[in-house]
Design a binder for this molecule. Sequence first.
Ligand code: NAD
Ligand code: TYD
Length: 366
Amino acid sequence: MKRNLIITGGAGFIGSHVVRLFVNKYPEYRILNLDKLTYAGNLANLKDVEDRPNYTFVKGDICDYESVRDLVRENRIDGIIHLAAESHVDRSIKDPFTFARTNVLGTLSLLQAAKDFWQPLGYRVDGVPCRFYHISTDEVYGALELTRPEGEAPYGDDFFTEETKYNPHSPYSAAKASSDHFVRAFHDTYGMPTIVTNCSNNYGPYQFPEKLIPLFVNNIRNRKPLPVYGKGENVRDWLYVEDHARAIDLIFHEGKVAETYNIGGFNEWKNIDIVRTLIRVTDRLLGRAEGEDDDLITFVTDRAGHDLRYAIDSTKLSRELGWKPSLQFEEGIEKTVRWYLENQEWLDQVTSGDYQKYYEQMYRNR
Ligand code: NAD
Ligand code: TYD
């Protein structure tokens, strides 16, 4: 079947993996990557697919309702996979307005643009049933307790399920929660064929190096301090980014309209244990003695409102659609650390800001 899709935020971390997967797997689709290229957007993430005939990059802001409406209509878009967002909790603490604008108003603008074109057509474009697929986070559910702080994971007795009540704590998660509500409201009010997924922390290649894993690998390599918030006891549930992209593909094509699916790897780690693993693996891959860089660990003031534990129950997704993660964490971490060490040029460009100048220039010249 031919389809015309918009993937928003395709130049970001997860979005670039989703674009790559769709461009490679569906040569018969036309894929438009709509991205504003904020500090987090980097077209170097998509170098390997940028010349494919089924791929087009469109520089634009999801908040610009009129441009998005025209883009949807002119390209007879039948599916939207929405990843564009401000995504870093620490930035949201400093600048909550930007998060409300992009994550809430941006999502609303996309929904409205899609509705304008789709509703009069009965939510079918040229015979293809429309889909608005919104990518969200487990952080909307709030925080879980550490009822088993010692020993092995899981570190608590409960998990986030699709029925867990929303209870966001950070400006980031509050904005994502609000956007989730708008998506569901468009289904309930206008019959928009929506799907929402809430995923746990992702890791893997092309993540902006202000997030824990790429930041720390880069710092270990350069022998810079590793700022661990609080005592490093917070627990996150980690999923390899390509497994998330596979889940998005499956759910976009086979998920049920109006449903929510949680995506996670049943893979809880305390931050301090992740940090020690990163040091061990990075040291080994750099030919240093394993653990040689342990003294880079620096405990710093905790993040305000720092959620203690996230843990996703993804049973519904595996039971109904047969998805499961493909990688064990040890394997995924090794692959990830190796990628950052082998792609130093990418890291250097991103940390210096050069990637933005280069691509601005390239697109001006086209
Ligand atoms: P990211 O910050 O790496 O990328 C975000 C992308 O969105 C960038 O390319 C940026 O340029 C683009 N963007 C930002 N504002 C825009 C705007 N106004 N208009 C158009 N494009 C804009 O984010 P990520 O980590 O890849 O996360 C992608 C999505 O997945 C987000 O919605 C996030 O909430 C969700 N999510 C992320 C994780 C995670 O661990 N990273 C986990 C669960 C869910
Ligand atoms: P992060 O990658 O920012 O993801 P999120 O806040 O969305 O879970 O952080 C992952 C965990 O690592 C989180 O508990 C905060 C912690 N952290 C640090 O301890 N130091 C750091 O420098 C960063 C960026 C994160």
